[in-house]
Ligand binder design. Structure first.
Ligand code: XIL
Length: 345
């Protein structure tokens, strides 16, 4: 037995994990040990986002990202950069002038170029691939009405890919998004890949975040999107995999406003019932089996956190719900299907 996830799937795809800064700075020794044992690829959960790297115009802050990249290099990890252009965790100054008005297209292009070139060239030869644009499309296939889209229109996406490629011609470049199983996004992302390629721009893979729930997506819809992206001539990556074990918020309470955070919305204050844990395990196994079966097109599967305790899902979409979405539990123990995989393979 290999006792290691990355060895169990070594012939299939890279096995990735998102690290928080405690983990990449060595302050969570148990998590660090699990990462070394089971994973061969890492991505930064937050410290390479725009608001972290360039909180003020021209004032870059690289300490945590440098530490993350150094840790990855020392441990032989394939390092993924997340992310260059995204409407969220974007510093307030980025798209507006000192009076808060949208900047001109020319100014925004210049800011995008400067951010992308500074960040990508710093890690040239160290970061293997970049999430160049994150979450630019909606489930109905339209463009997200972000500042980038407002100011530059559809053109902001090709521009971002062009700037990233200029800064590191050897780096892989990805488009990353969530709810990629929906038909609207499937079609829009396929169209986007085609457009980029027709214009001679580099795009290596589509990243399907893979934030799942107990009732979505279906295996069929997931595979249909995987196939559709592969048909456009790019690799498929599952980039932020997790599966909430909790009922969706709409089922939990009639929340008109999910910003009204409330700790009492934790549906399982005594812990996850065995029956639910069992269903979660079975469903996760089915998806993992799908990724393995389609390793002809899937080149990386990356989970969004090491243990359940680390997961952003404990605070999203409702703060303070204890969730159980990852491959290792709060005691750093593998979930049953993972245990089975690493002992039998
Ligand atoms: C999340 C992080 O996990 C949280 O710690 C942070 O507070 C918010 O962002 N889609 C993405 C990720 O592309 O960057 C997000 O990460 C989760 C959703």
């Amino acid at each position: 037995s290999t006792e290691s996830l990355k060895h169990a799937v070594a012939d299939e795809f890279l096995m990735g994990v998102a690290l928080n800064v405690r983990q990449s700075s060595g302050m969570d020794a148990r998590a660090t040990a699990l990462v070394k044992q089971h994973f061969n690829s890492i991505v930064a959960e937050n410290c390479m986002k725009c608001e972290e790297l360039q909180p003020e115009e021209g004032k870059f802050r690289f300490e945590q990202a440098d530490e993350f990249v150094r840790w990855g290099q020392e441990n032989g990890m394939t390092i993924i950069g997340h992310c260059l252009i995204w409407h969220s965790q974007l510093p307030a100054w980025f798209c507006v002038d000192s009076e808060g008005k949208n900047v001109s297209p020319e100014v925004l292009k210049q800011r995008m170029k400067s951010h992308i070139q500074t960040v990508v060239s710093r890690y040239r030869g160290q970061v293997f691939g970049w999430d160049v644009v994150n979450e630019a499309l909606m489930e109905d296939g339209t463009y997200r009405p972000s500042k980038f889209y407002e100011i530059l229109g559809e053109e902001f996406i090709p521009l971002a890919f062009q700037y990233a490629h200029e800064a590191d011609p050897d780096a892989e470049l990805y488009y990353n998004d969530y709810n990629m199983h929906t038909e609207g996004k499937r079609k829009a992302v396929s169209r986007l890949v085609r457009t980029l390629k027709e214009r001679g721009l580099r795009i290596d893979a589509v990243g399907m975040q893979g934030h799942m729930g107990m009732d979505y997506p279906t295996l069929k819809d997931m595979e249909a999107s995987m196939q559709a992206f592969a048909d456009e001539g790019v690799k498929v990556m599952i980039t932020e995999w997790d599966m909430s074990a909790l009922p969706t918020v709409a089922q939990t309470a009639n929340l008109a406003d999910t910003v009204t955070f409330n700790r009492t919305l934790d549906p399982y204050p005594e812990g996850l019932p065995d029956s639910v844990a069992c269903m979660w395990n079975e469903r996760m196994k089915q998806f993992f089996d799908l990724f393995r079966r389609r390793s002809d097109i899937v080149s990386r599967v990356c989970v969004w956190g090491v243990t359940d305790g680390d997961s952003w899902k404990n605070d999203f979409p409702v703060k303070g719900r204890r969730d159980y979405p990852l491959l290792f539990d709060r005691n750093y123990q593998p979930k049953p299907f993972v245990q089975q995989l690493i002992t039998t393979d």
